[in-house]
Design a protein around this ligand. Structure first.
Ligand code: NAD
Length: 432
């Protein structure tokens, strides 16, 4: 099928690559000309396992093209996926400008029936807005349908998640559009959830709000563990065996970050407020998440007495492993607070340093964890990269000025740390 994708960020690029891999004829566009130039040279604008190979293969086999011309891309596909960003406004409401701009462009340039699919995360009722905008701006008498097809991929496993999703949600009031969408997704073996446009839009926000709440829930339990002497890893394991609870998203730490949970949970509070509902539970989720970062900074200050003039090694900058995404990464807040108090920061991340350099100033970026550790008064773990789980801790200890590890992701065993001669402070567990 001829399909267009507008916006080639994490979602648009994974969508375009996977739909091409499934045999469709894909044209993808972005307003960021530099991004398109890079993609046409085989350079991926983001780090995502398996993405480069898939893009290269499909470009070579002529199923995937990148252009910086939305008009051209709108002409190409019978189905158009809108995958542009929906960043937060200053008050956390969703900025719909990019989605609305694309809707106007589609209206002005479509010459035949189109299925217009919004994949970006948007407030409930955005589908109606898109429909209205297109109806008002359309220049030729052409028919169209709107489908909400929210995306659930996780950065770091975007390709795998797009090929093997837990479910595919599609909301529309048009049977014709749903039949076309079913054809596109036919090669993917996943339950299809067909709903109204509004329900599909809400499924996305409700899912992210639930997952964020689960993280804040276990982080609150971690606080109780610290106060009572219990161990949050043991508590989470005991909870997770209950199928109704499940072990996923029960990892205590410095809280969630990234482009989705912080903005989507705040946006959902606003959406509820605008509809007349005070979303107390989600407000608490966000407060607890903010607390986790503050509590971590306090742990560092307490462990070192003060941080002024101290050398602190930071391992992990991206908001989670296997991505270079620095948006709303807890590391930005934590490093900022430590710098404010006079700490000297040496940092290392396996893939996020290029992006981090644009955000963090007064930080020395190191070539590996050992260079960061050299002469440091403390070593902080902020992202649970496998590389840190597997590093030579004896070497790290010999390089550190004092063998203090403060772990915001609970990646090490308490007994191994004790045996290794470290002073080790983590989340929701006893200090060793
Ligand atoms: P992104 O910022 O990485 O990419 C968005 C792209 O849209 C950018 O490259 C931008 O240049 C482009 N764009 C903006 N306006 C445009 C226009 N008028 N025409 C063409 N291109 C335009 O964003 P993302 O992370 O891919 O997220 C996209 C949407 O998907 C958001 O709504 C997000 O909430 C949602 N989402 C993201 C994830 C994730 O893990 N990143 C997961 C699920 C859903």
């Amino acid at each position: 099928m001829k399909i267009s994708v507008i916006g080639v960020g994490y979602v648009g690029l994974a969508t375009a690559a996977v739909l091409a891999e499934l045999g469709n004829d894909i044209m993808a566009a972005d307003v960021d000309e530099e991004k398109i130039k890079c993609l046409n040279q085989g350079i991926m604008p983001i780090f995502e396992p398996g993405l480069k190979e898939m893009v290269e293969r499909n470009v070579r086999e002529n199923r995937l093209k990148f252009v910086s011309d939305n008009k051209k891309v709108i002409g190409h596909g019978d189905v158009i996926f809108i995958c542009v960003g929906t960043p937060p406004k200053y008050n956390w409401e969703t900025e719909l400008k990019y989605v609305e701009d694309v809707a106007v462009e589609i209206a002005k340039n479509m010459k035949s029936y189109k299925v217009i699919v919004h994949k970006s995360t948007v407030p409930v009722e955005t589908g109606d807005k898109i429909k209205k905008i297109i109806k008002e701006s359309v220049e030729e008498d052409v028919d169209f349908d709107v489908v909400s097809n929210p995306e659930f991929l996780r950065e770091g496993t975007a390709i795998e998640d797009t090929l093997h999703p837990d479910r595919i949600v599609m909301g529309s009031d048009s049977k014709k559009a749903i039949e076309i969408m079913k054809k596109i997704y036919d090669p993917i073996n996943a339950p299809l959830i067909i709903t109204s446009v509004k329900s599909a839009e809400l499924i996305k926000h409700a899912s992210n709000a639930f997952l964020a709440t689960k993280i804040s829930f276990i982080n609150s339990v971690a606080r109780i563990c610290e106060l009572s002497g219990a161990d949050v890893e043991e508590v989470a394991e005991g909870m997770g065996y209950d199928k109704r609870v499940s072990k996923h998203f029960l990892n205590a730490g410095i809280g969630y970050g990234g482009f989705c949970f912080p903005k989507d949970s705040q946006a959902f509070i606003k959406i509820a407020e605008n509809l007349g509902y005070d979303y107390k539970l989600l407000k608490a989720t966000n407060e607890i998440n903010d607390d986790q970062k503050r509590i971590f900074v306090d742990k560092v200050k307490k462990a070192l007495g003060h941080v002024n003039g101290k050398n602190i090694a930071v391992l992990g900058l991206s908001f989670k492993p296997d991505t270079d995404d620095m948006r709303f990464a807890p590391s930005v807040y934590i490093i900022g607070k430590l710098l404010e108090k006079g700490a000297k920061i040496k940092a290392y991340d396996p893939v996020a340093m290029d992006k981090a350099k644009n955000i963090l100033s007064n930080v020395s970026f190191c070539k590996d964890p050992y260079e960061a550790s050299k002469g440091a008064d403390a070593l902080l773990i902020l992202t649970e990269w496998n590389e840190f789980k597997e590093m030579d801790l004896k070497k790290v200890k010999s390089l550190l000025k004092s063998p203090l590890i403060i772990d915001g992701r609970n990646i090490y065993d308490l007994s191994a740390m004790e045996k290794g001669g470290f002073r080790y402070i983590s989340i929701g567990r006893k200090d060793v």
